[in-house]
Design a protein around this ligand. Structure first.
Ligand SMILES: [Zn+2]
Ligand SMILES: [Zn+2]
Length: 330
């Protein structure tokens, strides 16, 4: 499926089977998770995507061809291809363990073709091995919802009382990790979204309710997954002194002005950008120990537009995943 430009529907297209260049792997796609970021690309909220573009950056598949110079993998290996598709390895960010901030980073399903296709090509250095206990569909959401959620949780520090704003793919994974770490989880959704609130409580949240209303008690940290700027002052208002609001999305509507009083008391507002390979390795080792269960809604590749519409409308329970034609599920 190809995106020709912002605001357009994805178009079914025959794409020739690519081949792997030096250092690359050609992967037969089995499944590809859908992320809020895909919607931001489709809706034109992220500038200058590659066009036409194959979306999708939570790719699970099997290596079908190895480019020159790859010795650590063999044909048939299952791999995961995440959002971070390339970094320069030379800039001040790369050299200080912050490759997620690399000036010349390139991202899968944005500047590089992604996984809404039968095949994907990726730089082998940025592919992950996946934990064996996860079938392809269940593994896909680990690759962005899981990784970015995990990085966001780390940025929340040692917070015992954790608020999650927006209860989609990432929050449903973070809740499980946070509970595993002994934290208390409070889920914030639209006031009338009873289904998301019930889902959050099922997964271990001790309270779920209106994102714009007060929490039952102060929070030590909050992670804002929903792309709505008005949630930032709402989350600050819910924080105890010294607490942090982590903005986990790549795009957010403007944050309304708020009184300094909300920030006073050493409260912090910060964003989380992308992922490092170290985040991925840590999280993919942790997920089976929790164990994280991902709840997925599967869509055939040709119904990717429907899945994107349902995500935009907030109708997905857990994570949406597109399944490539004739996929052999591990
Ligand atoms: Zn993503
Ligand atoms: Zn760099």
């Amino acid at each position: 499926m190809l995106l020709d430009g912002p605001g357009r529907r994805l178009r079914a297209a025959e794409v020739a089977r690519p081949s792997a260049g030096a250092g690359e792997v050609l992967v037969r796609v089995h499944a590809c998770g859908i992320c809020r970021t895909d919607l931001h690309v489709v809706d034109g909220e992220l500038p200058r995507p590659k066009l036409p573009l194959v979306l999708g950056h939570q790719i699970v598949g099997a290596v079908e061809e190895l480019g020159a110079g790859i010795e650590s993998r063999t044909v048939g290996d299952r791999v995961g291809i995440p959002w971070l598709g390339f970094t320069c390895g030379e800039c001040r960010y790369c050299l200080s363990g912050r490759e997620n901030l690399c000036d010349r980073a390139r991202f899968t399903g944005y500047q590089l073709d992604g996984g809404f296709a039968e095949y994907a090509v990726a730089d082998d250095r940025f592919c992950f091995s996946l934990p064996a206990g996860y079938p392809d569909l269940q593994a896909a959401p680990l690759l962005c919802a899981g990784l970015i959620g995990y990085r966001s949780l780390r940025m929340a520090g040692e917070a015992e009382r954790l608020g999650l704003y927006g209860f989609g793919a990432a929050a449903h994974i973070v809740t499980q990790v946070a509970r595993h770490e002994g934290r208390r989880v409070f889920a914030f959704t639209r006031a009338d979204d009873r289904a998301a609130q019930a889902f959050a409580v099922d997964l271990g949240a001790e309270w779920a309710g209106d994102a714009l209303g007060p929490p039952p008690e102060e929070l030590d940290a909050a992670i804002v997954f929903a792309p709505a700027g008005e949630l930032v002052p709402a989350a600050l208002r819910a924080l105890a002194k010294g607490g942090t609001v982590v903005c986990a999305g790549i795009h957010m509507s403007d944050i309304p002005s708020f009184p300094y009083e909300l920030l006073w008391g050493e409260r912090v507002v910060r964003s989380v950008a992308n992922l490092t390979r170290a985040d991925g390795e840590e999280f993919l080792a942790l997920a089976p120990r929790v164990p994280v269960h991902t709840e997925v809604e599967a869509y055939p590749l040709e119904e990717a537009n429907l899945a994107l519409d349902r995500l935009r409308a907030g109708e997905i329970r857990g994570a949406a995943v597109v399944v490539a034609p004739a996929a052999s599920q591990a």
